[in-house]
Design a protein around this ligand. Structure first.
Ligand SMILES: *Cc1c(COP(=O)(O)O)cnc(C)c1O
Length: 377
């Protein structure tokens, strides 16, 4: 099955009992047992729910793993994956990781003595040097947020395998439509499904796919114990959104190409960060591990004042956090998604006050470009 077919026919489709072409919303918390312990596969909806299971099967098929899990948010998914570790363990993580991920590891998990080193994972050498005797995992985002840095999945996977470390990839930006990290050796792939997978700014969710029975057992134990599950209504909405992931990503790719070309040639723009640009440092590596570049890009307008002007004038780009929806979104990472990262650290990373991030949506590219043109005047 190819990707667009898998989005429609993967996982569990329809309802055997009635012939309904959609999986019903099983709005139920508990299930009758014929005798103690004798049930039809479901006991209690924290442990398992048929609508959630249909979604979990779908993401499993899309990422090509052993088992999928659906959580109440991307952060619930990430936190649950970190519960695989114990006090005293060490994890190596991409340095310009999503702001919320930085926050949970540095402010919450640190209280449980789970230690994290932030490293430029686009350099395998730096990753190698950061490995300690208590290192248990390497966690990467590629491309990253908001500078679109690219990590070589195969190289990091080789390093992880050599040292018997788990290799975890946050695949939110590329989506399973463009990139499947398990093919390149990842053990765990996770998503903020709030973004492209849902795609319509109407659901907050997180998905995880693991590539071994052992990890599946361990993560299900955590999901059932800590209970950060996704409810049946949101599971249904997510399945509905995912059916059109392919057509959305193809169209977003087309729009983004045009927007990037416009910004790249604009005199007020000092820098455009997009892996699809041949001049981008990660262009070749990204091409070797993904079939599309996605709809996320950042550009620098030189100052916080100019960024303010653009935000004040722009019409079709909604000023909002988040990404990956039908509507184009615009944000200033330094003051929004990455505000929880200290200013000194932000500047080290290149997240300047003039950096603007956009998530290109499904409007007409001509309208988006005209809008950017008048905002940058
Ligand atoms: C949004 C996001 C998250 C967090 O997901 P939520 O659904 O908002 O909890 C994690 N990683 C990346 C790359 C994200 O963009």
């Amino acid at each position: 099955m190819r990707k667009k077919t898998k989005l429609i026919h993967g996982g569990i489709t329809g309802d055997e009992q009635t012939g309904a072409v959609n999986v019903p919303i099983y709005q139920v918390s508990t299930y009758e047992q014929e005798s103690v312990g004798n049930h039809k596969g479901y006991e209690y909806s924290r442990t398992g729910n048929p609508t959630r299971f249909a979604l979990e099967e779908l993401i499993k098929d899309l990422e090509g793993g052993k088992q999928g899990f659906a959580f109440g948010s991307g952060m619930a998914a990430i936190t649950s994956v970190f519960m695989l570790f114990s006090s005293g363990d060490h994890v190596i993580m991409t340095d310009d990781v999503y702001g919320g991920t930085y926050r949970v590891v540095s402010k919450v998990l640190s209280r449980f003595q789970i230690d994290v080193s932030f490293v430029d994972t686009s350099s395998p050498d730096e990753v190698k040097q950061a490995i300690q005797s208590n290192t248990k995992a390497i966690y990467v985002e590629t491309p990253t947020n908001p500078l679109l840095k690219v990590t070589n999945l195969s190289k990091i996977s080789d390093l992880a395998k050599e040292q018997d470390l788990l290799f975890i990839v946050d695949n939110t930006f590329s989506t399973p439509y463009w990139q499947n990290p398990i093919e390149f050796g990842a053990d765990i792939v996770l998503h903020s499904a709030t973004k492209y997978l849902g795609g319509h700014s109407d659901v907050v969710a997180g998905l995880v796919v693991v590539n071994s029975e052992k990890l599946a057992e361990e993560l299900h134990f955590i999901l059932n114990s800590a209970g950060g599950i996704l409810g049946p209504q949101d599971s249904y909405l997510l399945i509905r959104g995912m059916k059109t992931l392919g057509v959305r990503m193809e169209e977003i790719e087309e729009n983004t190409k045009q927007v990037v070309e416009f910004l790249h040639n604009h005199p007020s723009v000092t820098n455009v960060y997009y892996p699809g640009l041949a001049s981008h440092s990660g262009h070749q590596i990204h091409l070797s591990q993904a079939s599309g570049f996605g709809g996320m890009l950042s550009f620098d307008v030189g100052s916080g004042e100019m960024a303010d002007q653009v935000l004040n004038r722009i019409q079709y780009f909604t000023l909002a956090e988040s990404l990956g929806a039908v509507e184009s979104l615009i944000s200033v990472p330094a003051r929004m998604t990455h505000a929880s990262i200290p200013k000194s650290r932000r500047e080290e990373l290149g997240i300047t006050d003039g950096l603007i991030r956009i998530s290109v949506g499904l409007e007409d590219a001509e309208d988006l470009i005209e809008d950017l043109e008048q905002a940058l005047k």
